[in-house]
Design a binder for this molecule. Structure first.
Ligand code: FUL
Length: 683
């Protein structure tokens, strides 16, 4: 009830605040903002001293001596970006720790005091040369927060910052975007002998001066961040813009006090007075910097495809981060994934189903629609405020994507639209949405229609639609995963909301006709096999076959009943972290078993806790008397790759209780983390 009242109140406030702007009064992009938006996908490169300390935010007291890439190749980075279809690249020339990737004359804290190229190197120069060679636009990130500089927090720091900015904008050719990050954790080394905090006031940085420098030295450079930005952050670092997404934004004094700034960045403002398109920044891995321990957490192809649709496909621009490793190279798996990603989304949107045989009308007229049906987003059809675009395929046609674009040069106009389909002699509603903007791509499960009708219900003035395209995208159908928790509740998913999941529980092969449609988690406490497929139209995924040779219902973590739900839920994202100084876990299997294998998944959190490196395993029927360990050893490379570990017992061990004991943990942590525990038994 509470939330209902809140939503109601916000809705009416919004209605009050929303003026009836005429189309000609709408904020519009500058030619520079338009050119930027047309890039659609660009790359971020985070590479610096943090790559060598394995940190995300350095302290500023790191020695330049640790910056020593052995095989640095900016050409490899930029080539990879080009192959991935990314049109520009932004490099962290200086991150919050203050270390400069170019030999700035204003500080000693830079590559010039590193062993890399005996201090003679200039990484920004190599990077800009590579961008020129491959024809990609070059952008730079210069962090205002500087944990190293002695003047940070004092007014003088502005001179230092502006001096560095001038160096970057003068010596390396054209810069298409400059990134000023807003982060400030306060702490820093500041050239003194300890880390301490320096607070800065809200108006600490001299944004007017900064803006003048940029506009003067690089008039074609887009500004991100600070009080002078040309574009806005999308409000999260996970890679999605709001479904309703306005490029206009209110001035900060007119932000809705009841909503977080992030939420407002994520959606924009229908009545915003300035054109501030959003940029969706997200990393291909959990971190912005490279950490070997995240090699197994590279985003999946389907996740990256979702990110594409939820950024570019929602009127935003995607800024995708790729972190080179200690050697100074993009990891081979990251490069392969990036190229697969580009190929996949291009394939999904390659064959427009609207062709010469289709009849397209706007409000019943076929006249002069080529400007909406050609592939040129710069030409458009102007139509009345409430209009119907009808696509008649003249035969039942299967589709799963609809792409719409507006001529945003004259402002973002469409406020509300509905997609309807005509099939078997009937019209029905497929989707109701709000904004279109630069580009809107809607995804649906495979749908059959003879006709599609797009009803624009509300807009500022006359909508100007520059493209309408329909696709039957050859999607990637991941085979589903099956998880069962301790209570025997089974969850099946393939990660996509646009497919049907079907399954059998009797071991038979699932087909569309013989199997059960998965709607919600269900109970299956037996010993047996679940087989499942994902289905979208005529496309069927590979079969996942999941055998359940035992149930975990009776198993217990001895002494810590609260641990059971995390350790036996088959969800690697929930873990039990033992209390301080407890470095073992004991499982009661509720009866004697002959154990042939133990499987332990460490804590999978971003900064995982209690990773065991050296272990012992004990098995007994009498927990008062454990005897000698049945297994003893070390988990190889676990710090860098903390995935499920399997311990195979060369001779099966008999007993009801099993103890996994840590002799050593990563960083000598005084705990152990258990995401999952499982066993195999001799039958
Ligand atoms: C954040 C920074 O604090 C991160 O380290 C990273 O640079 C990201 C792109 O922006 O706010």
């Amino acid at each position: 009830m509470k939330s209902f009242i809140r939503t109601g109140a916000i809705a009416s406030l919004f209605a009050l605040a929303s003026p009836n702007l005429l189309a000609q009064e709408l904020p519009k992009p500058t030619p520079l903002q338009m050119e930027w938006q047309d890039l659609e996908t660009i790359a971020f490169i985070h590479f610096s001293i943090n790559t060598y300390t394995d940190m995300e935010w350095g302290y500023g007291n790191e020695s330049p001596a640790i910056f020593n890439p052995t095989n640095l190749d900016c050409r490899q980075w930029v080539r990879t970006c080009k192959e991935a279809g990314l049109k520009g690249v932004i490099l962290t020339a200086k991150h919050h720790d203050g270390f400069c990737l170019w030999p700035s004359k204003y500080t000693e804290h830079s590559v010039k005091n590193s062993p890399w190229k005996n201090g003679q190197g200039d990484l920004v120069k190599e990077f800009s040369d590579a961008c020129k060679e491959y024809g990609l636009k070059m952008g730079l990130y210069l962090s205002p927060w500087d944990c190293n500089h002695p003047d940070y927090g004092k007014p003088e720091y502005n001179d230092y910052f502006c001096g560095q900015l001038e160096e970057l904008l003068t010596n390396y050719g054209d810069v298409f975007e400059i990134w000023f990050d807003g982060a400030n954790g306060g702490r820093g080394y500041y050239g003194t002998d300890s880390l301490h905090t320096r607070n800065i006031s809200e108006n600490y940085y001299d944004w007017d001066r900064i803006s003048k420098i940029v506009k003067n030295l690089q008039p074609n450079c887009i500004l991100h961040g600070g009080a002078i930005a040309d574009i806005r952050w999308v409000g999260n670092e996970e890679g999605y813009a709001g479904e309703e997404h306005w490029s206009p934004l209110r001035t900060y004094d007119k932000f809705d006090e009841k909503l977080s700034a992030q939420a407002q960045f994520n959606k924009g403002h229908q009545d915003g007075s300035r054109w501030m398109p959003s940029e969706t920044d997200v990393s291909i891995r959990p971190g912005w910097y490279y950490h070997a321990s995240e090699d197994h957490k590279l985003k999946s192809l389907s996740k990256l495809i979702d990110i594409y649709y939820e950024s570019v496909g929602r009127n935003s621009l995607l800024l995708l981060n790729i972190p080179p490793n200690k050697e100074g190279l993009v990891h081979p798996e990251d490069s392969v994934r990036l190229v697969e990603w580009r190929k996949q989304y291009e394939k999904e949107l390659a064959d427009n189903l609207i062709n010469k045989k289709s009849v397209v009308t706007v409000n019943g007229s076929k006249k002069k629609l080529h400007k909406m049906l050609d592939s040129d987003m710069g030409t458009y059809v102007t139509m009345p405020a409430q209009s119907e675009i009808l696509i008649d395929f003249k035969k039942p046609t299967v589709f799963n994507r609809l792409l719409l674009t507006e001529n945003i040069r004259n402002g973002q106009r469409v406020k509300q639209f509905e997609v309807e389909i005509f099939n078997n002699g009937q019209w029905s509603s497929l989707d109701k949405q709000t904004t279109i903007g630069y580009k809107r791509i809607l995804r649906f499960p495979e749908t059959t229609a003879e006709k599609i009708r797009i009803k624009i219900g509300d807009s500022f003035g006359n909508p100007e639609i520059s493209s309408v395209e329909v696709f039957n995208a050859p999607i990637i159908l991941n085979a589903p995963t099956v998880r069962r928790n301790k209570e025997g509740i089974v969850r099946i998913s393939n990660g996509s909301p646009y497919v049907d999941i079907r399954y059998t529980t009797d071991g038979s092969t699932p087909t569309v006709t013989n199997s059960i449609l998965y709607k919600e988690p269900f109970a299956f406490n037996n010993i047996g096999t679940i087989k499942t497929i994902a289905v979208s139209g005529n496309t069927v995924s590979e079969i996942t076959s999941r055998e359940f040779p035992h149930t975990k219902e009776q198993w217990e973590i001895v002494g810590y009943p609260n641990a059971n739900k995390s350790v036996f839920d088959e969800n690697i994202h929930s873990a039990w972290i033992a209390p301080r100084d407890v470095k073992e876990v004991v499982v009661d299997l509720a009866g004697e078993k002959q154990i042939s294998k133990l499987k332990w998944t460490p804590d999978q959190a971003r900064w995982s806790q209690g990773i065991i490196t050296q272990y012992e395993v004990y098995v007994t029927n009498d927990p008062e008397n454990w005897g000698e360990p049945v297994l003893k050893g070390e988990f190889g490379n676990i710090e860098n790759n903390p995935i499920e570990q399997e311990l195979i017992f060369s001779t099966p061990a008999k007993g009801r209780f099993v103890k996994l004991k840590a002799l050593k943990t990563v960083g000598n942590q005084r705990t152990i983390g258990v995401s999952e525990l499982d066993f195999e038994f001799v039958k």
